[in-house]
Design a binder for this molecule. Structure first.
Ligand SMILES: NC(=O)c1ccc[n+]([C@@H]2O[C@H](COP(=O)([O-])OP(=O)(O)OC[C@H]3O[C@@H](n4cnc5c(N)ncnc54)[C@H](O)[C@@H]3O)[C@@H](O)[C@H]2O)c1
Length: 248
């Protein structure tokens, strides 16, 4: 299937590692130019260099998605380097898991900020060039945890909030031919998940309880993002695609 991504310009936040890095690689493979935006500048440089070595067009930038000035600079850099901004993937995120009775305010704020404030700031900055082009794709990486997970009140709230944000933006921005969708991954095998002290239990549970009996891989998410970003998905907006192996 021709996705029409050749020559398009994509910004992927949190693209130094994991799902974001795989998504950046998938865009490069389709001939899109990618800004690898991540708070971990050196890792973003390594990821972009690897993509460029493989023949892709990728530039790294140290960006904190929770910082308004940093996000404004990100959009400025992408417009200066590539002359357009067609796709934004709001992927930066992390967990700070604890039962609510033991959850410090700092852990609540950090997770809500990176997921919600980050998506707000990046989308707001990206929408001006998208509206001007009369074309845009915003894809927000939510999580199956939007349904609610014990020990993840902050993360579940933020990822559920991201779905409301997705729908509101879809309603606002359709007239500019900007689509806004969310992808809700299940358990995906990334370093972030492998670092969990109970990783083996997580993997075993995924294999036992998921209709497709395995953990997800980063390409499962990257391929879904690619489709939503493509010319083929121009009449899909305000949707949530669960990529969970059927575990809902
Ligand atoms: N791995 C999973 O099982 C899973 C499941 C559901 C949803 N998700 C979501 O997918 C996204 C990627 O997860 P991952 O597993 O690849 O994690 P990861 O830790 O491998 O990647 C996240 C990246 O975000 C970056 N980041 C963190 N704070 C940032 C900030 N303020 N500004 C810019 N970049 C920042 C990190 O440096 C890192 O490179 C996250 O939003 C996560 O919540 C992951």
């Amino acid at each position: 299937m021709e996705l029409g991504l050749k020559g398009k310009v994509a910004v992927v936040t949190g693209a130094a590692h994991g799902i974001g890095a795989a998504t950046a690689a998938a865009f490069c493979k389709e001939g899109a130019a990618v800004l690898v935006a991540d708070i971990d500048g050196p890792a973003a440089q390594r990821t972009a260099a690897a993509l460029a070595a493989g023949g892709g067009t990728a530039v790294a930038l140290a960006v904190d998605v929770t910082d308004e000035a940093s996000v404004a600079a990100m959009v400025q850099v992408v417009l200066e380097r590539f002359g357009a901004l067609h796709v934004l993937v709001n992927n930066a995120g992390f967990t700070r898991d604890k039962r609510i009775t033991r959850m410090p305010v700092e852990d609540w704020d950090a997770v809500v900020d990176v997921v919600l404030k980050g998506a707000f700031l990046c989308s707001r900055a990206a929408l001006a060039p998208m509206a001007e082009q009369n074309f845009g794709r915003i894809i927000n990486i939510s999580s199956r945890a939007h349904l609610g997970n014990p020990g993840q009140a902050n993360y579940s709230a933020a990822k559920a909030g991201l779905l409301g944000f997705t729908r509101a933006l879809a309603l606002e921005q359709g007239r500019h031919h900007v689509t806004v969708n969310a992808v809700a991954p299940g358990i995906i095998d990334t370093d972030a998940v492998r670092r969990l002290p109970h990783f083996e239990k997580v993997r075993e549970a995924a294999e036992k309880t998921t209709p497709i009996p395995r953990m997800g891989v980063v390409e499962d998410i990257a391929d879904t993002v690619l489709y939503l970003a493509s010319e083929r998905a121009g009449y899909i907006t305000g949707e949530v695609v669960h990529v969970t192996g059927g575990r809902y």
